[in-house]
Design a protein. Structure first.
Length: 552
Protein backbone atom coordinates (compact mmCIF):
# COMPACT_ATOMS: atom_id res chain seq x y z
CA UNK A 1 0.00 0.00 0.00
CA UNK A 2 2.80 2.42 0.92
CA UNK A 3 4.60 1.64 -2.33
CA UNK A 4 1.42 2.37 -4.31
CA UNK A 5 0.97 5.73 -2.54
CA UNK A 6 4.57 6.70 -3.27
CA UNK A 7 4.24 5.77 -6.96
CA UNK A 8 0.86 7.54 -7.17
CA UNK A 9 2.33 10.72 -5.66
CA UNK A 10 5.43 10.62 -7.87
CA UNK A 11 3.45 10.11 -11.06
CA UNK A 12 0.95 12.85 -10.13
CA UNK A 13 3.78 15.26 -9.32
CA UNK A 14 5.53 14.71 -12.68
CA UNK A 15 2.34 15.16 -14.71
CA UNK A 16 1.22 18.22 -12.73
CA UNK A 17 4.65 19.89 -13.01
CA UNK A 18 4.47 19.42 -16.77
CA UNK A 19 1.11 21.26 -16.72
CA UNK A 20 2.37 24.14 -14.58
CA UNK A 21 5.60 24.62 -16.52
CA UNK A 22 4.43 23.94 -20.08
CA UNK A 23 0.65 24.10 -20.53
CA UNK A 24 -0.89 26.47 -17.96
CA UNK A 25 -0.22 29.72 -19.84
CA UNK A 26 -1.43 28.38 -23.18
CA UNK A 27 -4.82 29.44 -24.52
CA UNK A 28 -6.02 25.89 -25.17
CA UNK A 29 -8.36 25.61 -22.20
CA UNK A 30 -10.46 22.61 -23.33
CA UNK A 31 -7.37 20.42 -23.71
CA UNK A 32 -6.05 21.65 -20.36
CA UNK A 33 -9.33 20.66 -18.70
CA UNK A 34 -9.01 17.17 -20.15
CA UNK A 35 -5.31 16.96 -19.19
CA UNK A 36 -5.91 17.88 -15.54
CA UNK A 37 -8.52 15.13 -15.21
CA UNK A 38 -6.21 12.76 -17.08
CA UNK A 39 -3.41 13.38 -14.56
CA UNK A 40 -5.66 12.12 -11.75
CA UNK A 41 -6.74 9.04 -13.69
CA UNK A 42 -3.21 8.22 -14.91
CA UNK A 43 -1.65 8.66 -11.46
CA UNK A 44 -4.14 6.15 -10.02
CA UNK A 45 -3.85 3.51 -12.77
CA UNK A 46 -0.16 3.57 -13.81
CA UNK A 47 1.08 2.13 -10.45
CA UNK A 48 -1.30 -0.81 -11.06
CA UNK A 49 0.03 -1.59 -14.55
CA UNK A 50 2.21 -4.69 -14.98
CA UNK A 51 4.31 -4.70 -18.14
CA UNK A 52 4.91 -8.17 -19.58
CA UNK A 53 7.08 -9.30 -22.48
CA UNK A 54 7.31 -12.78 -23.97
CA UNK A 55 10.41 -14.97 -23.94
CA UNK A 56 10.55 -18.38 -25.58
CA UNK A 57 11.69 -21.09 -23.20
CA UNK A 58 13.11 -24.46 -24.28
CA UNK A 59 11.16 -27.61 -23.53
CA UNK A 60 12.27 -29.02 -20.23
CA UNK A 61 11.24 -32.12 -18.34
CA UNK A 62 8.81 -31.35 -15.57
CA UNK A 63 10.17 -31.96 -12.09
CA UNK A 64 7.93 -32.67 -9.16
CA UNK A 65 9.26 -31.18 -5.95
CA UNK A 66 8.13 -32.95 -2.82
CA UNK A 67 7.50 -30.66 0.15
CA UNK A 68 10.16 -30.67 2.80
CA UNK A 69 9.41 -32.09 6.20
CA UNK A 70 7.68 -29.45 8.25
CA UNK A 71 9.06 -28.79 11.67
CA UNK A 72 6.77 -27.07 14.12
CA UNK A 73 8.67 -24.57 16.18
CA UNK A 74 6.89 -22.74 18.93
CA UNK A 75 7.41 -19.01 18.49
CA UNK A 76 7.30 -16.53 21.32
CA UNK A 77 4.81 -13.76 20.60
CA UNK A 78 6.47 -10.39 21.12
CA UNK A 79 4.99 -6.99 20.46
CA UNK A 80 7.27 -4.53 18.69
CA UNK A 81 6.91 -1.10 17.16
CA UNK A 82 6.74 -2.73 13.70
CA UNK A 83 3.44 -4.35 14.69
CA UNK A 84 2.00 -1.25 16.35
CA UNK A 85 2.99 1.24 13.61
CA UNK A 86 0.61 -0.08 10.88
CA UNK A 87 -2.32 0.03 13.30
CA UNK A 88 -1.43 3.60 14.30
CA UNK A 89 -1.11 4.74 10.68
CA UNK A 90 -4.44 3.20 9.70
CA UNK A 91 -6.08 4.89 12.68
CA UNK A 92 -4.70 8.29 11.60
CA UNK A 93 -5.82 7.68 8.02
CA UNK A 94 -9.33 6.72 9.17
CA UNK A 95 -9.54 9.89 11.24
CA UNK A 96 -8.54 12.13 8.32
CA UNK A 97 -10.86 10.23 5.97
CA UNK A 98 -13.77 10.78 8.36
CA UNK A 99 -13.07 14.51 8.72
CA UNK A 100 -12.95 15.14 4.98
CA UNK A 101 -16.01 12.95 4.35
CA UNK A 102 -18.03 14.87 6.96
CA UNK A 103 -16.90 18.20 5.44
CA UNK A 104 -17.94 16.98 1.97
CA UNK A 105 -21.39 15.84 3.14
CA UNK A 106 -21.87 19.07 5.09
CA UNK A 107 -21.21 21.17 1.97
CA UNK A 108 -23.66 19.08 -0.05
CA UNK A 109 -26.32 19.48 2.64
CA UNK A 110 -25.70 23.26 2.77
CA UNK A 111 -26.26 23.69 -0.98
CA UNK A 112 -29.31 21.40 -1.01
CA UNK A 113 -30.75 23.35 1.90
CA UNK A 114 -30.32 26.65 0.06
CA UNK A 115 -32.09 25.24 -3.00
CA UNK A 116 -35.02 23.92 -0.95
CA UNK A 117 -35.35 27.00 1.30
CA UNK A 118 -35.24 29.93 -1.11
CA UNK A 119 -37.14 30.81 -4.26
CA UNK A 120 -36.09 29.20 -7.55
CA UNK A 121 -36.53 31.01 -10.85
CA UNK A 122 -36.38 28.56 -13.77
CA UNK A 123 -34.96 29.77 -17.06
CA UNK A 124 -34.04 28.04 -20.30
CA UNK A 125 -30.34 27.58 -19.47
CA UNK A 126 -30.31 27.55 -15.67
CA UNK A 127 -32.24 27.87 -12.40
CA UNK A 128 -31.66 31.04 -10.35
CA UNK A 129 -31.73 30.63 -6.58
CA UNK A 130 -32.60 33.99 -4.99
CA UNK A 131 -30.76 34.54 -1.70
CA UNK A 132 -31.92 37.19 0.81
CA UNK A 133 -28.38 38.25 1.68
CA UNK A 134 -25.56 39.88 -0.28
CA UNK A 135 -23.72 37.16 -2.20
CA UNK A 136 -21.33 36.93 -5.11
CA UNK A 137 -22.97 34.87 -7.91
CA UNK A 138 -21.80 31.25 -8.10
CA UNK A 139 -23.05 28.08 -9.78
CA UNK A 140 -23.66 24.47 -8.71
CA UNK A 141 -24.70 22.06 -11.47
CA UNK A 142 -27.65 23.92 -13.16
CA UNK A 143 -28.29 26.24 -10.20
CA UNK A 144 -26.95 29.82 -10.06
CA UNK A 145 -27.06 31.49 -6.62
CA UNK A 146 -27.59 35.26 -6.79
CA UNK A 147 -28.66 38.06 -4.43
CA UNK A 148 -32.44 38.44 -4.60
CA UNK A 149 -32.56 42.26 -4.49
CA UNK A 150 -29.82 42.70 -7.12
CA UNK A 151 -31.48 40.15 -9.40
CA UNK A 152 -34.94 41.74 -9.14
CA UNK A 153 -33.51 45.25 -9.68
CA UNK A 154 -31.41 43.92 -12.57
CA UNK A 155 -28.25 45.44 -11.15
CA UNK A 156 -26.17 42.29 -11.72
CA UNK A 157 -24.02 42.86 -14.83
CA UNK A 158 -25.03 40.88 -17.92
CA UNK A 159 -21.43 39.56 -18.31
CA UNK A 160 -21.48 38.04 -14.82
CA UNK A 161 -24.69 36.12 -15.48
CA UNK A 162 -23.34 34.86 -18.82
CA UNK A 163 -20.15 33.86 -17.04
CA UNK A 164 -22.07 31.71 -14.54
CA UNK A 165 -24.28 30.25 -17.29
CA UNK A 166 -21.09 29.15 -19.07
CA UNK A 167 -20.11 27.22 -15.92
CA UNK A 168 -23.51 25.53 -15.96
CA UNK A 169 -23.44 24.63 -19.66
CA UNK A 170 -19.90 23.20 -19.52
CA UNK A 171 -20.75 21.20 -16.34
CA UNK A 172 -17.71 22.35 -14.37
CA UNK A 173 -19.30 21.09 -11.15
CA UNK A 174 -18.65 17.51 -12.24
CA UNK A 175 -14.88 18.14 -12.32
CA UNK A 176 -14.95 19.62 -8.84
CA UNK A 177 -17.13 16.78 -7.52
CA UNK A 178 -14.66 14.14 -8.78
CA UNK A 179 -11.79 16.09 -7.26
CA UNK A 180 -13.54 16.37 -3.89
CA UNK A 181 -14.16 12.60 -3.76
CA UNK A 182 -10.50 11.86 -4.59
CA UNK A 183 -9.38 14.34 -1.96
CA UNK A 184 -11.38 12.43 0.65
CA UNK A 185 -9.45 9.24 -0.20
CA UNK A 186 -6.06 10.95 -0.57
CA UNK A 187 -6.61 13.66 2.06
CA UNK A 188 -3.00 13.40 3.17
CA UNK A 189 -1.65 14.32 -0.29
CA UNK A 190 -0.95 18.10 -0.51
CA UNK A 191 -0.82 18.00 -4.31
CA UNK A 192 -4.63 18.00 -4.43
CA UNK A 193 -4.66 21.55 -3.03
CA UNK A 194 -2.64 22.82 -5.99
CA UNK A 195 -4.51 20.71 -8.55
CA UNK A 196 -7.86 22.07 -7.24
CA UNK A 197 -6.62 25.63 -7.70
CA UNK A 198 -5.47 24.86 -11.25
CA UNK A 199 -8.79 23.24 -12.16
CA UNK A 200 -10.78 26.20 -10.76
CA UNK A 201 -8.56 28.69 -12.61
CA UNK A 202 -8.95 26.77 -15.89
CA UNK A 203 -12.75 26.77 -15.38
CA UNK A 204 -12.60 30.56 -15.12
CA UNK A 205 -10.54 30.71 -18.32
CA UNK A 206 -13.21 28.63 -20.10
CA UNK A 207 -16.08 30.78 -18.78
CA UNK A 208 -14.24 34.02 -19.70
CA UNK A 209 -13.66 32.68 -23.20
CA UNK A 210 -17.37 31.79 -23.55
CA UNK A 211 -18.39 35.34 -22.49
CA UNK A 212 -15.95 37.01 -24.91
CA UNK A 213 -17.26 34.83 -27.75
CA UNK A 214 -20.64 36.65 -27.39
CA UNK A 215 -19.23 39.89 -28.87
CA UNK A 216 -18.46 41.44 -25.47
CA UNK A 217 -15.53 43.85 -25.35
CA UNK A 218 -12.42 42.37 -23.80
CA UNK A 219 -11.46 45.76 -22.32
CA UNK A 220 -14.80 46.32 -20.59
CA UNK A 221 -14.84 42.72 -19.32
CA UNK A 222 -11.34 43.16 -17.90
CA UNK A 223 -12.45 46.33 -16.08
CA UNK A 224 -15.42 44.40 -14.69
CA UNK A 225 -13.05 41.79 -13.30
CA UNK A 226 -11.00 44.51 -11.58
CA UNK A 227 -14.02 46.18 -9.98
CA UNK A 228 -15.86 43.03 -8.84
CA UNK A 229 -15.54 43.37 -5.09
CA UNK A 230 -18.83 42.28 -3.52
CA UNK A 231 -19.29 39.16 -1.44
CA UNK A 232 -16.63 36.74 -0.32
CA UNK A 233 -18.30 33.45 0.60
CA UNK A 234 -18.16 30.54 -1.81
CA UNK A 235 -18.89 26.86 -1.34
CA UNK A 236 -16.04 24.41 -2.18
CA UNK A 237 -17.89 22.68 -5.05
CA UNK A 238 -19.16 25.83 -6.77
CA UNK A 239 -17.82 28.08 -9.53
CA UNK A 240 -17.69 31.81 -8.76
CA UNK A 241 -17.26 34.87 -10.96
CA UNK A 242 -14.95 36.56 -8.46
CA UNK A 243 -12.15 34.03 -8.52
CA UNK A 244 -8.71 34.81 -7.15
CA UNK A 245 -5.74 35.39 -9.45
CA UNK A 246 -7.59 38.12 -11.38
CA UNK A 247 -4.28 39.17 -12.91
CA UNK A 248 -3.83 35.78 -14.62
CA UNK A 249 -7.36 35.92 -16.04
CA UNK A 250 -6.80 39.38 -17.50
CA UNK A 251 -3.43 38.32 -18.97
CA UNK A 252 -5.04 35.24 -20.50
CA UNK A 253 -7.75 37.41 -22.13
CA UNK A 254 -5.06 39.44 -23.88
CA UNK A 255 -3.01 36.40 -24.96
CA UNK A 256 -3.08 35.10 -28.52
CA UNK A 257 -3.47 31.45 -29.50
CA UNK A 258 -0.66 29.78 -31.52
CA UNK A 259 -1.37 26.30 -32.91
CA UNK A 260 2.29 25.73 -33.75
CA UNK A 261 3.47 26.54 -30.22
CA UNK A 262 0.74 24.47 -28.58
CA UNK A 263 1.39 21.52 -30.92
CA UNK A 264 5.11 21.60 -30.12
CA UNK A 265 4.46 21.61 -26.38
CA UNK A 266 1.92 18.81 -26.63
CA UNK A 267 4.54 16.76 -28.48
CA UNK A 268 6.61 16.67 -25.27
CA UNK A 269 3.68 15.07 -23.46
CA UNK A 270 4.20 11.65 -25.08
CA UNK A 271 7.72 11.01 -23.67
CA UNK A 272 6.60 12.34 -20.27
CA UNK A 273 3.74 9.81 -20.10
CA UNK A 274 6.03 7.01 -21.33
CA UNK A 275 8.57 7.82 -18.61
CA UNK A 276 5.82 7.74 -15.98
CA UNK A 277 4.68 4.32 -17.20
CA UNK A 278 8.25 3.00 -17.16
CA UNK A 279 9.29 4.33 -13.74
CA UNK A 280 6.00 4.13 -11.81
CA UNK A 281 4.48 0.86 -13.08
CA UNK A 282 3.70 -2.02 -10.78
CA UNK A 283 6.23 -4.47 -12.23
CA UNK A 284 7.97 -5.59 -15.41
CA UNK A 285 7.63 -9.36 -15.87
CA UNK A 286 9.12 -11.70 -18.47
CA UNK A 287 6.48 -14.23 -19.48
CA UNK A 288 7.95 -17.46 -20.85
CA UNK A 289 6.25 -19.17 -23.77
CA UNK A 290 6.76 -22.92 -23.75
CA UNK A 291 7.52 -24.41 -27.14
CA UNK A 292 5.03 -27.02 -28.28
CA UNK A 293 6.31 -30.40 -27.12
CA UNK A 294 6.40 -33.25 -29.61
CA UNK A 295 3.49 -35.67 -29.63
CA UNK A 296 4.48 -38.84 -27.79
CA UNK A 297 2.66 -41.99 -26.86
CA UNK A 298 1.17 -41.75 -23.39
CA UNK A 299 3.09 -44.13 -21.11
CA UNK A 300 2.89 -43.84 -17.34
CA UNK A 301 5.68 -45.20 -15.17
CA UNK A 302 4.03 -46.78 -12.15
CA UNK A 303 7.11 -48.14 -10.42
CA UNK A 304 10.81 -48.84 -10.76
CA UNK A 305 12.26 -52.07 -9.39
CA UNK A 306 15.92 -52.93 -8.83
CA UNK A 307 17.16 -56.33 -7.73
CA UNK A 308 20.78 -56.65 -6.57
CA UNK A 309 21.54 -60.22 -5.62
CA UNK A 310 18.65 -61.01 -3.27
CA UNK A 311 17.97 -57.40 -2.26
CA UNK A 312 14.79 -55.86 -3.75
CA UNK A 313 14.36 -52.09 -4.11
CA UNK A 314 10.90 -50.81 -5.14
CA UNK A 315 10.62 -47.11 -6.01
CA UNK A 316 13.79 -46.44 -4.02
CA UNK A 317 12.55 -48.33 -0.92
CA UNK A 318 14.33 -51.51 0.13
CA UNK A 319 11.85 -54.27 0.90
CA UNK A 320 11.87 -57.94 1.80
CA UNK A 321 10.51 -60.64 -0.49
CA UNK A 322 7.48 -61.29 1.71
CA UNK A 323 6.56 -57.56 1.51
CA UNK A 324 6.74 -57.42 -2.29
CA UNK A 325 3.02 -58.08 -2.96
CA UNK A 326 1.66 -55.59 -0.39
CA UNK A 327 4.08 -52.82 -1.37
CA UNK A 328 3.41 -53.19 -5.08
CA UNK A 329 -0.38 -53.27 -4.54
CA UNK A 330 -0.13 -50.09 -2.44
CA UNK A 331 1.58 -48.32 -5.36
CA UNK A 332 -0.75 -49.60 -8.08
CA UNK A 333 -3.89 -48.76 -6.06
CA UNK A 334 -3.26 -45.10 -6.98
CA UNK A 335 -4.13 -45.87 -10.62
CA UNK A 336 -7.28 -47.02 -12.33
CA UNK A 337 -7.20 -50.26 -14.32
CA UNK A 338 -7.20 -48.24 -17.54
CA UNK A 339 -4.11 -46.33 -16.42
CA UNK A 340 -2.36 -49.49 -15.30
CA UNK A 341 -2.61 -50.84 -18.84
CA UNK A 342 -0.48 -47.90 -19.96
CA UNK A 343 2.10 -48.36 -17.22
CA UNK A 344 5.63 -49.48 -17.83
CA UNK A 345 7.74 -51.45 -15.37
CA UNK A 346 11.34 -50.25 -15.21
CA UNK A 347 13.52 -53.15 -14.08
CA UNK A 348 17.23 -53.35 -13.27
CA UNK A 349 18.94 -56.64 -12.38
CA UNK A 350 22.43 -57.24 -10.98
CA UNK A 351 23.81 -60.69 -10.14
CA UNK A 352 20.40 -62.29 -9.60
CA UNK A 353 20.33 -66.06 -9.35
CA UNK A 354 17.78 -68.10 -11.28
CA UNK A 355 16.37 -69.48 -8.05
CA UNK A 356 15.68 -66.02 -6.66
CA UNK A 357 14.14 -64.94 -9.97
CA UNK A 358 11.65 -67.77 -9.67
CA UNK A 359 10.74 -66.70 -6.11
CA UNK A 360 10.16 -63.08 -7.18
CA UNK A 361 8.16 -64.20 -10.21
CA UNK A 362 6.01 -66.39 -7.98
CA UNK A 363 5.22 -63.39 -5.72
CA UNK A 364 4.58 -61.18 -8.74
CA UNK A 365 1.79 -63.51 -9.91
CA UNK A 366 -0.11 -62.67 -6.69
CA UNK A 367 -0.17 -58.92 -7.29
CA UNK A 368 -3.15 -56.84 -8.38
CA UNK A 369 -1.07 -55.47 -11.25
CA UNK A 370 -0.59 -58.94 -12.76
CA UNK A 371 -4.29 -59.79 -12.34
CA UNK A 372 -5.32 -56.63 -14.23
CA UNK A 373 -2.98 -57.48 -17.08
CA UNK A 374 -4.22 -61.05 -17.18
CA UNK A 375 -7.86 -59.90 -17.39
CA UNK A 376 -7.01 -57.86 -20.48
CA UNK A 377 -5.05 -60.69 -22.12
CA UNK A 378 -1.73 -59.04 -21.41
CA UNK A 379 1.22 -61.37 -20.92
CA UNK A 380 3.53 -59.91 -18.31
CA UNK A 381 6.81 -61.33 -17.07
CA UNK A 382 9.38 -59.66 -14.87
CA UNK A 383 12.34 -61.47 -16.36
CA UNK A 384 12.34 -61.60 -20.17
CA UNK A 385 14.79 -63.93 -21.86
CA UNK A 386 18.28 -62.50 -22.32
CA UNK A 387 19.60 -62.24 -25.86
CA UNK A 388 21.81 -65.08 -26.99
CA UNK A 389 25.38 -64.29 -28.09
CA UNK A 390 25.92 -63.89 -31.84
CA UNK A 391 26.69 -67.04 -33.88
CA UNK A 392 30.31 -67.98 -34.76
CA UNK A 393 31.86 -66.49 -37.90
CA UNK A 394 30.74 -67.80 -41.29
CA UNK A 395 33.01 -69.54 -43.82
CA UNK A 396 33.47 -68.78 -47.50
CA UNK A 397 34.88 -70.79 -50.39
CA UNK A 398 36.88 -67.96 -52.00
CA UNK A 399 39.48 -65.39 -51.04
CA UNK A 400 37.23 -62.37 -51.48
CA UNK A 401 36.85 -60.26 -48.36
CA UNK A 402 33.18 -60.16 -47.41
CA UNK A 403 31.50 -58.63 -44.37
CA UNK A 404 30.29 -60.87 -41.57
CA UNK A 405 26.55 -61.44 -41.73
CA UNK A 406 24.67 -59.80 -38.85
CA UNK A 407 23.85 -62.15 -35.99
CA UNK A 408 20.50 -63.86 -36.03
CA UNK A 409 18.57 -62.19 -33.21
CA UNK A 410 16.84 -64.46 -30.72
CA UNK A 411 13.10 -64.41 -30.38
CA UNK A 412 12.02 -61.13 -28.80
CA UNK A 413 9.71 -61.00 -25.78
CA UNK A 414 6.02 -61.13 -26.48
CA UNK A 415 4.83 -57.83 -28.01
CA UNK A 416 2.13 -57.56 -25.37
CA UNK A 417 4.72 -57.54 -22.64
CA UNK A 418 5.25 -54.09 -21.22
CA UNK A 419 8.35 -54.85 -19.16
CA UNK A 420 11.27 -52.63 -20.12
CA UNK A 421 14.70 -53.94 -19.11
CA UNK A 422 16.96 -50.99 -18.44
CA UNK A 423 20.13 -52.87 -17.52
CA UNK A 424 20.80 -56.53 -16.95
CA UNK A 425 24.15 -57.48 -15.52
CA UNK A 426 24.68 -61.22 -15.23
CA UNK A 427 27.68 -63.39 -14.44
CA UNK A 428 29.19 -64.43 -17.75
CA UNK A 429 30.89 -67.85 -17.88
CA UNK A 430 34.60 -68.08 -18.58
CA UNK A 431 35.10 -67.50 -22.31
CA UNK A 432 36.64 -70.27 -24.39
CA UNK A 433 40.25 -69.95 -25.40
CA UNK A 434 40.73 -68.39 -28.83
CA UNK A 435 41.09 -70.88 -31.67
CA UNK A 436 44.55 -71.03 -33.24
CA UNK A 437 44.56 -71.05 -37.02
CA UNK A 438 47.64 -71.93 -39.03
CA UNK A 439 48.67 -69.05 -41.30
CA UNK A 440 50.13 -70.16 -44.60
CA UNK A 441 50.77 -66.81 -46.29
CA UNK A 442 51.46 -63.36 -44.93
CA UNK A 443 48.41 -61.18 -44.86
CA UNK A 444 48.55 -57.41 -44.20
CA UNK A 445 47.31 -56.49 -40.73
CA UNK A 446 43.72 -55.22 -40.88
CA UNK A 447 42.90 -51.74 -39.61
CA UNK A 448 39.46 -52.45 -38.07
CA UNK A 449 38.09 -54.99 -35.65
CA UNK A 450 35.25 -55.86 -38.01
CA UNK A 451 37.49 -56.36 -41.04
CA UNK A 452 37.63 -59.99 -42.17
CA UNK A 453 40.70 -61.44 -43.82
CA UNK A 454 41.19 -64.76 -45.60
CA UNK A 455 44.00 -67.19 -44.73
CA UNK A 456 44.95 -70.44 -46.47
CA UNK A 457 44.62 -73.69 -44.57
CA UNK A 458 45.09 -77.30 -45.59
CA UNK A 459 42.00 -79.30 -46.29
CA UNK A 460 42.56 -82.72 -44.67
CA UNK A 461 40.36 -84.59 -47.12
CA UNK A 462 41.74 -82.82 -50.20
CA UNK A 463 45.21 -81.43 -49.48
CA UNK A 464 45.66 -80.26 -53.08
CA UNK A 465 42.71 -77.81 -52.95
CA UNK A 466 43.18 -74.82 -50.63
CA UNK A 467 40.27 -73.70 -48.46
CA UNK A 468 39.59 -70.36 -46.81
CA UNK A 469 38.30 -69.50 -43.34
CA UNK A 470 37.07 -66.33 -41.71
CA UNK A 471 39.35 -64.91 -39.03
CA UNK A 472 38.34 -61.99 -36.82
CA UNK A 473 41.34 -59.87 -36.00
CA UNK A 474 41.88 -59.52 -32.24
CA UNK A 475 45.02 -57.46 -32.44
CA UNK A 476 43.40 -54.37 -30.84
CA UNK A 477 44.04 -53.85 -27.15
CA UNK A 478 41.29 -54.36 -24.58
CA UNK A 479 41.27 -50.63 -23.88
CA UNK A 480 40.65 -49.86 -27.56
CA UNK A 481 37.89 -52.50 -27.75
CA UNK A 482 36.15 -51.02 -24.68
CA UNK A 483 36.30 -47.56 -26.27
CA UNK A 484 34.88 -48.92 -29.53
CA UNK A 485 32.15 -50.73 -27.57
CA UNK A 486 31.10 -47.62 -25.65
CA UNK A 487 31.06 -45.50 -28.84
CA UNK A 488 28.99 -48.07 -30.70
CA UNK A 489 26.62 -48.44 -27.71
CA UNK A 490 25.98 -44.66 -27.72
CA UNK A 491 25.25 -44.82 -31.43
CA UNK A 492 22.81 -47.71 -30.95
CA UNK A 493 21.01 -45.99 -28.05
CA UNK A 494 20.60 -42.88 -30.20
CA UNK A 495 18.91 -44.93 -32.92
CA UNK A 496 16.57 -46.92 -30.67
CA UNK A 497 13.08 -45.36 -30.44
CA UNK A 498 11.26 -44.79 -27.17
CA UNK A 499 9.39 -47.91 -26.13
CA UNK A 500 11.91 -50.24 -27.76
CA UNK A 501 11.68 -53.15 -28.64
CA UNK A 502 7.89 -52.89 -29.18
CA UNK A 503 8.22 -49.52 -30.96
CA UNK A 504 10.67 -51.12 -33.40
CA UNK A 505 7.78 -52.65 -35.35
CA UNK A 506 6.42 -49.16 -36.11
CA UNK A 507 9.62 -47.97 -37.81
CA UNK A 508 10.26 -47.78 -41.52
CA UNK A 509 12.17 -50.62 -43.16
CA UNK A 510 15.28 -48.44 -43.71
CA UNK A 511 15.34 -47.45 -40.01
CA UNK A 512 14.96 -51.12 -38.98
CA UNK A 513 17.89 -52.12 -41.23
CA UNK A 514 20.09 -49.39 -39.77
CA UNK A 515 19.30 -50.55 -36.22
CA UNK A 516 20.02 -54.21 -37.20
CA UNK A 517 23.40 -53.30 -38.70
CA UNK A 518 24.53 -51.24 -35.71
CA UNK A 519 23.36 -53.83 -33.14
CA UNK A 520 25.27 -56.46 -35.14
CA UNK A 521 28.46 -54.40 -34.93
CA UNK A 522 27.92 -53.94 -31.18
CA UNK A 523 27.58 -57.71 -30.64
CA UNK A 524 30.79 -58.33 -32.60
CA UNK A 525 32.77 -56.03 -30.34
CA UNK A 526 31.19 -57.61 -27.26
CA UNK A 527 32.13 -61.06 -28.59
CA UNK A 528 35.72 -59.90 -29.09
CA UNK A 529 35.82 -58.74 -25.48
CA UNK A 530 34.31 -62.04 -24.29
CA UNK A 531 36.97 -64.08 -26.09
CA UNK A 532 39.64 -62.11 -24.29
CA UNK A 533 37.91 -62.41 -20.89
CA UNK A 534 37.16 -58.66 -20.69
CA UNK A 535 33.40 -58.67 -21.03
CA UNK A 536 33.01 -57.51 -17.40
CA UNK A 537 35.00 -54.36 -18.16
CA UNK A 538 31.92 -52.75 -19.70
CA UNK A 539 29.08 -51.53 -17.46
CA UNK A 540 26.12 -52.25 -19.75
CA UNK A 541 25.13 -55.24 -21.83
CA UNK A 542 24.00 -54.65 -25.41
CA UNK A 543 20.27 -53.98 -25.79
CA UNK A 544 18.07 -56.93 -26.74
CA UNK A 545 17.85 -57.60 -30.49
CA UNK A 546 14.76 -56.26 -32.26
CA UNK A 547 11.78 -58.49 -33.04
CA UNK A 548 12.09 -60.45 -36.25
CA UNK A 549 8.61 -59.40 -37.45
CA UNK A 550 8.86 -56.66 -40.11
CA UNK A 551 6.47 -53.74 -40.42
CA UNK A 552 3.82 -54.45 -43.02
Amino acid sequence: MILYILKFTGCLLVLYLFYRLVLENEKNHRFKRFYLLFTLFAAMTIPLVTITYHVEAPISQATILMPDTMTNVEEVNTTSWKEVLPVLLWAIYALGFSVFLIRFLKNLWYLKNLIRTYENVRESLSVKVLLPFQQIPYSYFRYIFVERQAFENKTIPYEILKHEEAHVQQKHTLDLLVLEILQIVFWFNPLFIFIKKSIRLNHEFLADEAVLNQNISALSYSKLLLHSSFGSHQAPMTSSFKHSLIKKRIVMISNSFSKKRVGLKMGFLVPVVCCCIYFFNNNIVAETIQQEPPIVTEILEAFTMKIHGEQIELNGEKIRLNEFVSKLDKITDQYSDEDLLKNNIRLELTNVSEDFKKKVEKEFLKTHYYKVMKQHAKKVTLFPALPAPPPPPMQFKNKEKKPVAPPVPPKAPNKDSIVEVIEVVEDVPEPPKPMIIEVVEDIPEPSKVEEIIAVEAIDIQNPQRPTHQIYINNEKSIKELIKDYNDQLKKVNALLPEGYPMAYLNLKEEEQDEINNNIGKLYKIHLALSKRGAQDKVSLMPPPPPPTQKKK
